[in-house]
Structure formats: structure tokens, C-alpha cells
Write a protein that binds this ligand. Structure first.
Ligand code: CDP
Length: 218
């Protein structure tokens, strides 16, 4: 089969990106991390001192070039892979991704990239970007464990106070992502829900690869 599209959605810290990377490495799929694209737009808007909640600020979107290559992301040729993970971007990305023109442009770009064997992760992949995906997965986990994973990712020593702050941030982002008018975070029709609270990355990856193989062999 030359085309096989896997859509992985879920909230922050549910494991989407790591699991998508694993699937990409083990099954030879191309991974498209759509969150990194929203982060790229946010970074550009911040660096250019634009008013983030004004849709008119985003006319630059037709003039810039976003390119994904392996696990790297480039904005107008510059590697911004590290910059898009900074705190300022993380705090503002949900606001930026609620702007209609931003969503329209990125969804259009993401649809165009969906050729071949693709694993695409985000918030609206199974519902809006790839409604006809061959496999749709919705990953979820309790907010406290998601906050713990996020802190571990940043290599921070974890204390109870940091955990409470991180969980609050994650819940705030969940809230914004789930309640926006445009493409909110929802469980897409036909998606298989996997609660990763008590599963490690390997177990979730194996589960999804089994599902891919089942459908490929149908
Ligand atoms: O990795 P993490 O879950 O923290 O976030 P991300 O995947 O890098 O996405 C960052 C933000 O971009 C999310 O909180 C959403 O607000 C937004 N996003 C979106 O609206 N739609 C997508 N398809 C992907 C991300």
C-alpha cells in the first residue's frame, strides 16, 4: 500500500510526539508534528512584536516558508527546532492557534503534506486535517502524569510545587484547546482511545504498531 495515514491526537503530555517519532523510526513512516508548525508561527509573531490576539497581525503567513525535515523545523531556511520550545512560545501557542487564518493556512499545508506513509500528530488531525485517515488514535492521560512527563522532558528535578504549576499550565492549555471555536481538541469519530496513564512509551508504541499492521494486512 503506497498511502497509509495515521492520525494521532491528544492533549499536551499524552505522548503524541515521542510515540509518533517511534512509529516513524520503526515503520518507515514520515512524521509530521503539526504542533511544531503552530509553534513556528507563534515564534515569528513574538519575535516581530506582533499583537498576538489580532487576526490582522498574521498577514505574514503567506510570505513565510515553514519546512519540516526529519525532526527539524525551518522557518525561511533557519533552523528553529530549539527556539520553538521556549517558555514564551509554549505560553502563547494556544492563543495563536485559535486564530482562524492561522488554522486555515496550516491545515491546508498539512493536507498537502499527507502523501505516502504518514504519521501526523496534533489536536485536530483525525477530525479536520485527515478525516479519512486509515487509523485514528486519541491519546490521553491524567493531567498530573502529563505534567510530570513534561518536567522530566526538560530534565528538571521534580518537586511538588513545580508539579502543581506545570499541571495548572497544562490544564489551562487543555481548556483553551478544547473550547475554541475552530477545530477544538475532540475525540475524532472512529478514533481508538488509548489512556497512557499507566503505560510506558514502548507499550503504547507497540499497541499502535499492532493496529497499523492489522489494518495494513486487511
Ligand atoms: O507537545 P505539546 O502537546 O505541548 O504541544 P504541541 O503539539 O507542540 O502543540 C502546541 C499547541 O499548538 C497546542 O497546545 C495547540 O494549542 C496547538 N495545536 C493545534 O491547535 N492544532 C494542532 N494540530 C497542533 C497543535
Amino acid at each position: 500500500m503506497s498511502n497509509f495515514l495515521v492520525a494521532i491526537d491528544g492533549p499536551a503530555g499524552s505522548g503524541k510526539s515521542t510515540i509518533s517519532e517511534n512509529i516513524s523510526a520503526r515503520c518507515g513512516f514520515i512524521h509530521i508534528d503539526t504542533g511544531s508548525m503552530y509553534r513556528a508561527i507563534t515564534l515569528y509573531a513574538i519575535n516581530n512584536n506582533l499583537v498576538l490576539d489580532d487576526p490582522n497581525s498574521y498577514s505574514f503567513i503567506d510570505k513565510i516558508n515553514i519546512r519540516l525535515s526529519g525532526d527539524k523545523i525551518y522557518l525561511d531556511g533557519k533552523d528553529i527546532t530549539r527556539d520553538i520550545r521556549n517558555r514564551h512560545v509554549t505560553e502563547n501557542v494556544s492563543l495563536v492557534s485559535s486564530i482562524s487564518i492561522v488554522r486555515e493556512k496550516l491545515v491546508c499545508l498539512q493536507k498537502k503534506l499527507a502523501i505516502g506513509k504518514i504519521v501526523m500528530d496534533g489536536r485536530d488531525i483525525g477530525s479536520v486535517v485527515l478525516p479519512n485517515a486509515n487509523l485514528k488514535i486519541f491519546l490521553t492521560a491524567e493531567s498530573k502524569i502529563r505534567a510530570y512527563r513534561r518536567l522530566k522532558e526538560k530534565n528538571e528535578t521534580i518537586n511538588e510545587t513545580d508539579l502543581i504549576v506545570e499541571e495548572k499550565n497544562i490544564k489551562r492549555r487543555d481548556e483553551l484547546d478544547s473550547n475554541r471555536v475552530n477545530s477544538p481538541l475532540v475525540v475524532p469519530a472512529g478514533a481508538i482511545i488509548i489512556d497512557t496513564t499507566k503505560l510506558n512509551i514502548e507499550e503504547v508504541t507497540n499497541k499502535i504498531i499492532d493496529l497499523i499492521n492489522e489494518r495494513l494486512n486487511k
